[in-house]
Design a protein around this ligand. Structure first.
Ligand SMILES: Nc1ncnc2c1ncn2[C@@H]1O[C@H](COP(=O)(O)OP(=O)(O)O)[C@@H](O)[C@H]1O
Ligand SMILES: Cc1cn([C@H]2C[C@H](O)[C@@H](COP(=O)(O)O)O2)c(=O)[nH]c1=O
Length: 214
């Protein structure tokens, strides 16, 4: 039976790498995938991994109908044996319903990859719909780590290394980058709650416990 599978995890845990591996293994056996993405850091129409691999993909606009896109594609006599959707947190809930319909009505496996929660630890609407509709939710095995060594479960947005909690839900960015830019850091829940990033933990460790009284 075809399935809608949601591969989920924090940023930088290997979701896009796994998407590229699934694509590689299936195309090596002569299967043809339809690859969707939205707002990949590498640019429009790209699915990229931090390991340096990249492939072309269909950039999904906010109003695109993914089911209609596949029906159109197939009715032109072109092939699609399975579907990959990366950065699925950026899809609107209706597009997740369309992916479920692709599974049920077109009998294609759909593999969706994305982060579940945003920098405020709130569900992205697309991820919420995936949790509601997916046949399976798979948490990635290679876990990203918080600076303290615990498993990272949350995504923090940082400016100059300091965690921020105000701003738009969608700001494309990376876990590396210049300290002045908006960036991201993965944290365990304890340190996300305390807003303690690697930089602020380092600064706290260096600060004197008390001021000398003269
Ligand atoms: N130089 C490196 N050597 C080995 N593995 C790396 C290197 N850089 C990144 N990675 C691996 O790639 C993962 C990030 O992969 P990516 O698919 O881009 O993540 P995601 O899509 O989940 O944000 C890291 O967690 C790490 O396991
Ligand atoms: C937490 C959070 C992340 N984003 C953006 C930042 C990146 O462009 C992507 C995640 O990509 P990855 O391949 O999983 O690293 O999402 C955002 O827009 N808003 C957020 O709150």
């Amino acid at each position: 039976m075809p399935e809608l599978v949601f591969f989920s995890g924090t940023m930088d845990c290997g979701k896009s790498t796994l998407a590229l591996q699934i694509e590689h293994n299936r195309s090596a056996r002569g299967l043809v995938g339809m690859i969707f993405t939205r707002n990949d850091r590498a640019g429009e129409g790209k699915l990229s991994s931090r390991l340096g691999l990249v492939t072309d993909a269909v950039e999904v606009g906010e109003h695109a109908d993914l089911y209609a896109h596949l029906v159109d594609h197939l009715s032109q006599g072109r092939r699609a044996d399975y579907v990959i959707a990366d950065e699925a947190q950026f899809l609107v809930p209706e597009q997740i319903d369309q992916l479920a319909r692709v599974v049920d009505d077109l009998d294609l496996d759909v593999y969706a990859f994305g982060i579940t929660t945003d920098f405020r630890s709130k569900l992205f609407p697309g991820s919420q719909r995936l949790v509601e509709l997916a046949d399976r939710v798979e948490v990635l095995q290679v876990e990203a780590l918080c600076w303290c060594g615990a498993r990272a479960t949350h995504n923090a947005r940082t400016v100059g290394g300091v965690m921020v909690v105000e701003g738009a839900q969608v700001v494309v960015g990376d876990v590396t980058g210049s300290p002045d830019e908006v960036g991201y850091e993965v944290l365990c829940r304890r340190h996300h709650r305390r807003r303690m990033t690697a930089a602020t933990a380092r600064a706290a460790a260096l600060a004197p416990d008390f001021l000398p009284i003269t």
